[in-house]
Each structure stands twice: as structure tokens, then as C-alpha cells.
Design a protein around this ligand. Sequence first.
Ligand code: AMP
Ligand code: MG
Length: 493
Amino acid sequence: MSLSIGRIEARYAALPEGFFAALPPTPVAAPRLIAFNESLAAELGLSVEGLPSEALARLFAGNDIPEGALPIAVAYAGHQFGSFVPQLGDGRAILLGEIRDQSGRLRDIAFKGSGRTPYSRGGDGRAALGPVLREYIVSEAMYALGVPTTRALAAVLTGERVLREQGPLPGAVFTRVAASHLRVGTFQFFAAREDQDSLRALLSFAIDRHDPEAKDASNPALAFLRGVIERQAHLIARWMGLGFVHGVMNTDNMTISGETIDYGPCAFMEAYDPATVFSSIDQFGRYAYGRQAAIAQWNLARLAEALLPLIDEDEERAVKLASEAISGFAHHFHKAYDDVMRMKLGLLKKDEDDTDLVASLLLRMQQKQSDFTLTFRAFAEAVAPDGEGALRSLLGGDDIADQLIARWRERLLREDVSSSDLVARIKSSNPKRIPRNHRVEEAIQAAIMTNDFEPFHRLNRALQNPYADDPAYVAYEAPAAPDERVRVTFCGT
Ligand code: AMP
Ligand code: MG
């Protein structure tokens, strides 16, 4: 059956041979809809009104292919934990095509867990329910928090089991919407093959999609590289400001668009510690919270390497130009990070001493294992002279805590802002609720063990307006009690 849900285009599928393998998703036994994101569907202009849940389930399981779609698995490479893998690709994902959203932006619609492809290597092409729910919750939470991210359009149970380390688990298909699925690793794929024609075609596709101004630059490849660097610097600064740990910053999991992608063993830090790692396979802390900017820069250097032949025919000159662009990452990141952290303290103006104030605060938070989210949010309450109790105790409840708070108060005098505006400012950059890992795990366990999806839906609702005070969701504010703590998140495969 062919269903029309809107004007789906096949732009990536129109690229030359070698960019992808054309194949449909593998149908599943018994599709059942878990979640469908109606507001995102409206944003995309999808015409799905009146479709019963069964039809949506078949559609988002990949059993019915919508009109206009030309399903493909995309080829890419990538550095995984520092080692280069020349051939990765969509081993369990299928790109349905692109759709122009209500604001005129092209968006990819893709499945994850939709069956084997020529890039599956040893994998089964499927996804387990847990990681699908995790990606749904965390990507939508990131969106609500205002962080560039891929989105969750739907999640469907397959009615089939998948075999994982933990044993047989319910299978699911996730539908992802992205500005594009172009990754650093997509460029590496063709660079490793020294296929300059394809590299050029890919660059032109990427520029059209993400950096149209680069087309008219004197050096389009370099202008494009600079664009990616700037977007990623801003993205990582946003992650840092929320205590977000991606977990698997391999070059195949880093987008060209600047959106966060591939939510696997990701989580939000509770007690502040730059060494925080969640992934069970990241034994050496390569992707720890505090290393994310350095890793992003390393990944971008791999993109720069891939682009060298397009930056300049003269290799030496190309290396010089690319290196300068990569050095620019640190500048963009530090600026963005300083802005993010200053805003968290309600500071809009710039003061020489601010970087030190933030560093002193973070050092104290690390020493006292202060909850990252609660501590920053407590600054809003502390604007009132008698409201600093919670903040003081989160910072250790001693003289050093008092000194830090006094230093911040003194700095506020230079801000020229009313108390109520200041409170609003602080609240709008420090969420009240984040997807705390024990809550995510609780939602996943209820779904797996008792087929109860209510905790999943409730958690999604609690995270829709994360900056607002909402008494209905106080239960989602607290960090994990010692017995609830989830230390590692197993890689979502
Ligand atoms: P990820 O860790 O999800 O970013 O995936 C890394 C690579 O492994 C990608 O090429 C995936 O398509 C592939 N992959 C992960 N899980 C599976 C699976 N169950 N079946 C086939 N390929 C997979
Ligand atoms: Mg990936």
C-alpha cells in the first residue's frame, strides 16, 4: 500500500553511485505505535490527519513506504575511539528521503532499526526498545532545552525480539528527523578512497544544504569548513552548559549541520565532575564531559584533512589554511562557553573576572559533588537576599560557599537589571528539569518489563517545558538517590 504523507523528495538518492545502497526497510512482524510526535509532524507539514494508529504504526515500522520515498542506506566511514574504520554506513538505518518543512528548511526522515543493509557487517540491523526510548526522550528533551538536535518523530514496537548481551529484548524502530545525516565520517569515506569527484559532489551537496553563502566565497571548501567549526563550537558549548555527556563522539556521530546526533550512552551529569563518563565501552574516558571540546576539535581536524584536496591544489597551502581554521575552533568555543556560563549566572555584560568566577564556582562544585542542574537553578532563588539557603548548602554550607555567593552578588551590581528580570534571565538558562538518567532508566524498565509506557510518556511531558517551574513535575527534579544511581549506559546497539 502506498500512502501520501507529503512531498517527500529523493535528493540524497540522486547523488552518484557509491554514496548509498538503495533498498527498502525490512518489514516487521507486528507493528504497534508507541509514540508519534504530532507537533513535529505539524512542523514538517505531514498530512497524517485521520490516520488510525495502526496505519501510523505500519508507516513508521517501514512496512508501508510513503509516496515519493526512495529508501536508501547511506555510506560513511569514521574514527571510532580514535581508530579509523573506512567503511561503516547505515547498518540499521534507512533514509526515506527529504521533506521541506513549514519554514522552508529541508529535513531528512530516516528509520533506525529497520533491518539489515549492505553496511550491517555482523549486526542484525535492528534496535532494541530501550535505546529507542532513550533517543526519543533525550533528543526531544534537548530540543525543548533549546539545543540543536535531531528530532524524534515516532517510535514503534516491531513485535519481534532482538538478541543483545542482556538476552532477548523487545525490538523497536525509531524515526529520526534531521537537518541532514551528513557526518564528518561521510567526507572521510570518500577521502580515504581518494575519490575526489565524489568528495566534490558531497561538498557541493553539503554547501547547498547547510552553507549556501560558501558557494560564493573565494574558497568554498574552506568557508564550509569554517561554518562547520563554528556550529560545532556553539553546540559543544551548549552541551557543557547543561552538563550533557554525549558518550560516543566518534567522527561518524558528528554532524555537518551542527545538530546533536546518535544518542547512545549519553546522559546528563548530576554531581559536577569533568571526568564524568557514562559509556560502558569508554574505559579511558576519551569522551568524558570535560574532554568534549578537545574531542570535537580533533574530529574537525579529521574533516579538515578530508577536505584538503578541495581547499587548495597546493598541499602545503591547503594544510596551512585548514590548520588556521581548526585553531579557530578554540576561539569560537571559549567565547561561546563563556557566554553560556555567564548567562547561567545572570550576567549579560562582560567582565574580565567572570571566567575566574565561573572556574572558582565549578571547582567548589566539584569538591562538594554539587548537582550541576540544581546548583545553577538555585541562583535564581538566591537573587532574593533571603533566598540563598539552597544555593549555600549545595555549595558546601561554609565560609567558602558564602564567599562565592558574596562575590557573585557584588558582580551583579554591575549588571543594571531589575531583580525580577534577573530571576527570569537565570531561569531561562538553567533548566528546572533534565532527563535524569535514573528516570530514563525507570521509563525504559517499565516499558520492557511490564509493557507499561506511561512512565515514558509522563517523562516526555515533564521535559517539554524544562525551564518552567511546574509543581506537577517536582518528582523529576531530584538527582538519583544512591541506590537509584545509573553509572553506565550500555551502548545502544
Ligand atoms: P552507532 O554506535 O549506533 O553510532 O553505530 C556505529 C555503526 O555500527 C554504524 O555503522 C551502525 O549502522 C552500525 N550498527 C550499530 N548497530 C547495528 C546493528 N544492530 N546492526 C547493524 N549495524 C549496526
Ligand atoms: Mg552512529
